[in-house]
Design a protein around this ligand. Structure first.
Ligand SMILES: Nc1ncnc2c1ncn2[C@@H]1O[C@H](COP(=O)(O)OP(=O)(O)O)[C@@H](O)[C@H]1O
Ligand SMILES: N[C@@H](CC(=O)OP(=O)(O)O)C(=O)O
Length: 416
């Protein structure tokens, strides 16, 4: 069995869905599990609706735009307005509307319930389209398979339950039909919809592949594979033919957004190869991530935007010591905040983290009685693996550097 993951860009309009379906058709003799993301920028749109709803703003226009966008794609793919796909899509939007009538007192759980609609609706449209063109496909609700704990917005996988459900619900049914399911979403022990963290559909593909010991995973992207930097930012980016699990995991850790950071580990543990391929040129090879020995790699630039630099200063002339650090780390752990870079001086400790507003507010709340806290937003973290002086000059030129550090092979700078 192969697992294919298609992201938002690969189903952003009707033409893209046709192209995605043509890739699926090329593999019609394979057992295929398709993991699909929300269409285009739907998740951002839903996040914005969620924020407006909490702020009690009018959401009618944004909701109508989302509805028009999805119905537009469906009608282009299946023009018959009486087709069950249209009736069911209307029902999905009615359900979304019902959710929006009430607000859960737990804003983050409410987030999960709303945001999951993007994946549910996109997989619904694509499943109907594949069946419509004679490519028998079964729709599967990922929430019946992906079991998580109760953590909202970042559900942690219950591997044992998920393994059991994959074997019950996917394995026996994939023989004669492709199965299409949603990335990014799951269900908690308490029966609530959960999400796995933004851009988590790649992780879903790795989870199911690991549980079912798939032959391979292919992630279909708008780039030819993994390059030594984002080709949208650096025109001279060079594609890797292959990467070791270790190298790929490090790149994603530093913020290479081409693959979600949690994707590599489950695949590496089961030695399942991961292909990153272009949906625009499916016949081309892409990048193969597998167990291999790498030679010297060229400098690899990773740009991570939307960073926040937080500095904790001790105010009582004690120094930054183990006790202070333990207080800070305890709070970071409790709030599930990942440090991207850290540095200390005698009286201050600085961390660079993703700018997740709700977590940063909670962190400051917890620690403001112990430290003087300063922070800067809208920063970028630039990392260069295997750096050279030329590359450092290229990325730092004209920038204001807030924090910088380097090891033998890695350079990192927080800049604006
Ligand atoms: N090192 C890299 N190699 C290739 N693409 C990269 C790299 N770093 C960042 N990217 C970006 O990742 C994008 C693909 O990821 P993403 O937009 O999340 O796809 P999707 O939402 O379709 O899954 C590319 O368009 C590219 O701009
Ligand atoms: N739709 C979700 C999950 C995801 O992984 O999407 P994509 O595959 O388009 O990055 C998000 O945008 O966060």
């Amino acid at each position: 069995m192969k697992v294919f993951k298609f992201g938002g860009a690969s189903v952003r309009n009707a033409q893209a869905v046709r192209n995605m379906a043509s890739i699926v058709e090329r593999y019609k003799n394979e057992e295929l599990l398709i993991v699909l993301s929300a269409m285009g920028k739907t998740t951002n749109a839903l996040e914005s609706i969620w924020q407006d709803r909490l702020a009690e703003k009018n959401i009618a226009e944004k909701l109508e735009d989302l509805r028009t966008y999805h119905f537009g794609i469906l009608h282009e793919l299946i023009p018959d307005t009486q087709h069950p796909a249209a009736t069911e899509l209307a029902q999905w939007f009615e359900q979304l509307n019902n959710y929006l009538q009430k607000v859960d007192s737990n804003a983050n759980r409410y987030y999960d319930a709303l945001i999951s609609f993007g994946e549910l609706v996109s997989s619904h449209i694509v499943a109907h389209y594949l069946n419509h063109i004679g490519c028998p496909t079964q729709w599967l609700d990922a929430r019946e398979v992906i079991a998580t704990d109760n953590t909202a917005r970042e559900g942690k996988i219950d591997w044992e339950k998920t393994h059991e459900r994959c074997n019950q619900l996917i394995k026996p049914n994939i023989k004669n039909k492709r199965i299409i399911t949603q990335g990014f979403i799951g269900k908690s022990e308490d029966g609530y919809t959960t999400t796995l963290g933004r851009e988590g559909s790649d992780f879903t593909a790795a989870i199911v592949a690991s549980c079912l010991q798939a032959e391979s995973v292919s992630i279909w992207k708008d780039v030819p594979g993994i390059l030594n930097c984002d080709p949208k930012l650096f025109a001279d980016a060079v594609k890797f033919e292959e990467l070791s699990y270790q190298e790929a995991a490090e790149m994603t850790y530093y913020g290479a957004s081409v693959i979600h950071p949690k994707t590599i580990k489950p695949l590496a543990n089961k030695n399942i190869p991961l292909w990153v391929k272009s949906f625009e040129a499916p016949e081309e090879r892409g990048t193969l991530i597998h167990d291999c020995i790498m030679g010297q790699l060229p400098p690899c630039i990773i740009i991570k935007p939307n960073q926040c630099l937080i500095t904790f200063k001790v105010t009582d002339f004690t120094f930054i010591n183990e006790e202070n650090l333990s207080l800070i780390f305890h709070s970071l752990d409790a709030l599930n905040i990942k440090i991207n870079v850290m540095q200390n001086t005698a009286i201050s400790f600085s961390i660079c983290v993703d700018n997740q507003d709700y977590k940063i507010k909670a962190l400051i709340n917890r620690l403001q009685d112990h430290f003087k806290i300063l922070y800067n937003e809208d920063l970028t973290l630039a990392t260069v693996k295997n750096y050279s002086p030329e590359v450092i000059k290229r990325i730092s030129e004209g920038k204001k550097i807030y924090l910088e550090q380097r090891s033998r092979s890695n350079f990192q700078a927080v800049m604006a």
